[in-house]
Design a protein. Structure first.
Length: 203
């Protein structure tokens, strides 16, 4: 069965497509993960790994950042995520707000994408601060609500509310993969879609 509706422009589409968005993964480091109190840590890690796999499957640009690794204070990105990201370069910084780091902002703008899907630890800090700055600069921001965590449930909820009130559009990783897939006739990505979805759902 086919539809008479014309295929949308994948760059100008109001919804997310593999051609109009970028994924930002910020501060998924051991110390930050261990300090999350808003959700189960194993679920959090499984969900952000799913997010990275989604970006890889649909060839969405990925920008990764850590804080204070080069200074020796913190450890690098958790191995579960690093194993998926492979050769994606990591931008290390000293600023709490990733948007205060020139290399990070340059990398985001170099993707050429205006829709930013963000996962960061913690929700109330390293997600909220760059999300708010990106919104002020005209980007569309999509915090992945089940791939972020805060120092408490209240802090997590407040961080998401602050971003949403500024114009952010909360999504889940499942809604993201369905939005990028959009049509089962796009057969090349269907096996990967199923593998990612059922691997985490069965976790």
């Amino acid at each position: 069965m086919t539809s008479a509706v014309p295929i949308r422009d994948p760059v100008k589409d109001a919804l997310l497509t593999p051609h109009n968005c970028a994924v930002l993964i910020i501060d998924f480091q051991p110390t930050q993960v261990s300090s999350v109190a808003s959700m189960d840590k194993r679920t959090l890690v499984a969900n952000v790994v799913a997010l990275a796999k989604i970006a890889k499957l649909y060839d969405v640009p990925i920008v990764v950042s850590t804080v204070n690794v080069d200074t020796g204070i913190n450890q690098p990105t958790i191995h579960q995520l690093h194993d998926v990201l492979g050769d994606v370069p990591t931008i290390d910084r000293t600023s709490i707000n990733a948007w205060d780091d020139a290399d990070f902002v340059m990398a985001v703008k170099a993707t050429g994408r205006k829709k930013l899907i963000i996962a960061a630890l913690w929700t109330e800090v390293c997600l909220a601060f760059p999300a708010l700055d990106a919104l002020r600069e005209g980007f569309d921001v999509y915090p992945v609500v089940d791939a972020v965590g805060g120092t408490s449930l209240e802090a997590h909820r407040a961080g998401l509310a602050r971003v949403q009130q500024a114009g952010g559009q909360p999504i889940s990783w499942v809604s993201l993969i369905c939005e990028l897939q959009r049509d089962w006739n796009r057969k090349a990505t269907v096996p990967g879609f199923a593998e990612i979805l059922f691997a985490v759902e069965g976790h």
